[in-house]
Design a protein. Structure first.
Length: 251
């Protein structure tokens, strides 16, 4: 029979504690390296263990910034309103504002210019067109301005919004077919990032997630009312549905 001395127990316990600590340190280092690889923004591949990875968002970032989105409506002397083309363009602009704009729409009309009377007529038409697209007076701020030396100064419709600017992709100057190490090349994912910036419906989505829409609770409310009243919450089936179900089970 082997007799275990207290000193042997202490030595074994100390060894196990050291081993456990070494495992924790090793796992922590691996996790830290993995996180560093995910957040890297270097143009060079990141080495994690024996793997080389790249971060397209860091190598070819999409820059999103707040800017004033503007539409210019030219006003000539003698104009009495918007033509059909400008009404359609303004309608699309207003719809875009409703989707992604922040704050109020700003209407900047020229004042003290030879086309001031025409600008007033066009401005009224602009207001009517915007109203037909759901824009009420409280959503609009009128801001007159005094352009210099422009007899046909435009009416400017603007709002604060987000604009995405994609990366500038250069030419592929080397043959990547001979890359035996399977490493990423300089322009890898650049075109994809540029396309995302060009096609995104609302650039704000690249900055933060949208709020969730309210749930559809009509069916849930009906079942809850039945439960509170003590009624059966079973869904009633028609005779045809019962026949179909029984025939399916029988087969």
């Amino acid at each position: 029979m082997t007799i275990v001395q207290p000193s042997m127990l202490l030595s074994k316990r100390s060894f196990m504690n050291k081993k456990s600590m070494m495992i924790k340190i090793t796992v922590g280092c691996i996790l830290a390296a993995g996180l560093a690889g995910c957040e890297a923004h270097s143009d060079q591949p990141v080495k994690v263990g024996k793997m080389l990875i790249t971060n397209p968002r860091g190598n070819h970032p999409i820059r999103v910034s707040k800017q004033m989105i503007k539409m210019h409506i030219p006003v000539r002397r003698g104009d009495y309103g918007l033509n059909a083309e400008k009404k359609m363009e303004l309608g699309n602009f207003v719809d875009q504002y409703r989707r992604e704009g922040e704050g109020r729409l700003i209407l900047s009309a020229p004042a003290g210019q030879p086309n001031e009377v025409a600008a007033f007529n066009v401005l009224n038409d602009v207001r009517d067109s915007m109203k037909s697209h759901g824009i009420v007076r409280q959503m609009v701020k009128l801001s007159p301005y005094s352009p210099k030396g422009d007899p046909e100064a435009p009416i400017v419709v603007s709002y604060l919004g987000y604009k995405a600017e994609g990366p500038k992709c250069g030419p592929l100057t080397r043959d990547i077919g001979g890359e035996r190490r399977n490493l990423s090349y300089e322009q890898h994912s650049c075109a994809t990032q540029a396309n995302i910036a060009a096609m995104v419906a609302n650039p704000k989505d690249l900055v933060e997630a949208r709020d969730e829409s309210p749930r559809s609770g009509e069916r849930r409310d009906q079942l809850w009312d039945k439960y509170v009243k003590g009624d059966s919450t079973e869904t009633k089936k028609s005779s045809d549905q019962k026949k179909t179900l029984s025939s399916s089970v029988g087969n």
